[in-house]
Write a protein that binds this ligand. Structure first.
Ligand SMILES: NC(=O)c1ccc[n+]([C@@H]2O[C@H](COP(=O)([O-])OP(=O)(O)OC[C@H]3O[C@@H](n4cnc5c(N)ncnc54)[C@H](OP(=O)(O)O)[C@@H]3O)[C@@H](O)[C@H]2O)c1
Length: 287
């Protein structure tokens, strides 16, 4: 039985692909380019949610029937993004796929937009399919992507998040939970809010990064308008920018200030890593 991994060249999908590879599980990494880096080259398969002409390629490529699919909804450029994803789920269901593991987010309840709309679609399919919704909080990896230039150049993390705290989680822990959901068929129609071990605001994170990198890192509190202007300089406008602003405003208002729920430990058998552990593993990125 083959598992298809959408977003397999990305962060949580990459962590899923690594576990499937190490477990010698038949899998395909679905990617728009049709290529993947080592050690997944032989398992790469062309696929694009926005091109229905590619939907059949993974099923023609898989050497054994497809048993489950990890569904990563691409970062939204429009509210319409849920439609191609649900079209692919319907296509896969038509090919006999029974099990879907959706990467959503703790902020998207079923029936809301984007990942929430895809989640609702899986619920509406009823007993025809089994699914697990993996709903993590904010990724630690946001600090190894967007903030890298400003940390390297000025030692600054700028955000309109005020003193808002979140239980930051590593995408590797999310991938470990998704791997369990893909391979354990006793988990059906479940909803997993995944939280990291500590509640940290940006000041706490700046302090940890200062220790780990060995260079003073400070948190600059900026306004939502200043953040919007900064996003525009990177060409981030429209829905994607609006979502980024809304999420940071929610963080500032304490929406992510949640008690630990032990879900990562329950799903993976391992406690989620701390921000400091994650930063130690990745410190080369900021040096
Ligand atoms: N950032 C956070 O803190 C956070 C928290 C909770 C949930 N999330 C959710 O995480 C998801 C992924 O975000 P990410 O930034 O971490 O992305 P990512 O996993 O690093 O990369 C995105 C992946 O999507 C694939 N992709 C993009 N467009 C595609 C298309 N049209 N068809 C097929 N595949 C496509 C890319 O593959 P190729 O380029 O190889 O085609 C890539 O593997 C989002 O749905 C977001 O809501 C994020």
């Amino acid at each position: 039985m083959t598992i298809l991994v959408t977003g397999g060249t990305g962060r949580t999908g990459g962590a899923v692909a690594r576990r499937l590879h190490e477990a010698n599980f038949p899998y395909l990494v679905l990617t728009r380019s049709g290529t993947a880096s080592a050690p997944y080259e032989a398992n790469a398969c062309r696929f694009d949610f926005l091109d229905p002409g590619t939907f059949g390629i993974p099923f023609d490529t898989a050497k054994t029937p497809v048993s489950a699919i990890y569904v990563v909804v691409p970062m939204a450029v429009s509210d319409e993004i849920a439609k191609p994803v649900t079209d692919f789920i319907d296509f896969a269901k038509g090919k006999g796929v029974k099990r879907f593991v959706l990467l959503s987010s703790n902020v998207y309840e079923p029936g809301t937009r984007i990942c929430g709309a895809v989640h609702q679609h899986l619920i509406d399919l009823g007993g025809d399919v089994e699914f697990c919704a993996i709903r993590p909080t904010w990724f630690m990896e946001n600090f190894s992507r967007a903030y890298v230039p400003s940390i390297k150049k000025d030692g600054v993390i700028a955000s309109p998040s005020k003193d808002g705290k979140a239980r930051w989680i590593s995408t590797d822990d999310v991938g470990a939970a998704a791997f369990r959901a893909l391979t354990d068929t006793t988990l059906t129609n479940t909803d997993h809010i995944l939280l990291g071990p500590e509640l940290l605001n940006y000041d706490d994170i700046a302090k940890i990064l200062t220790d780990v990198i060995g260079k003073k890192i400070t948190y600059s509190r900026i306004s939502l308008d200043e953040y919007k202007a900064e996003l525009e300089t990177y060409g981030l406008v429209g829905l994607r920018a609006q979502i980024m602003l809304e999420l940071r405003d929610e963080l500032a208002r304490g929406v992510e200030n949640k008690p630990d729920n032990g879900e990562v430990l329950r799903l993976t058998g391992k406690a989620p890593i701390t921000f400091r552990e994650w930063a130690e593993r990745n410190k080369g990125i900021w040096q």
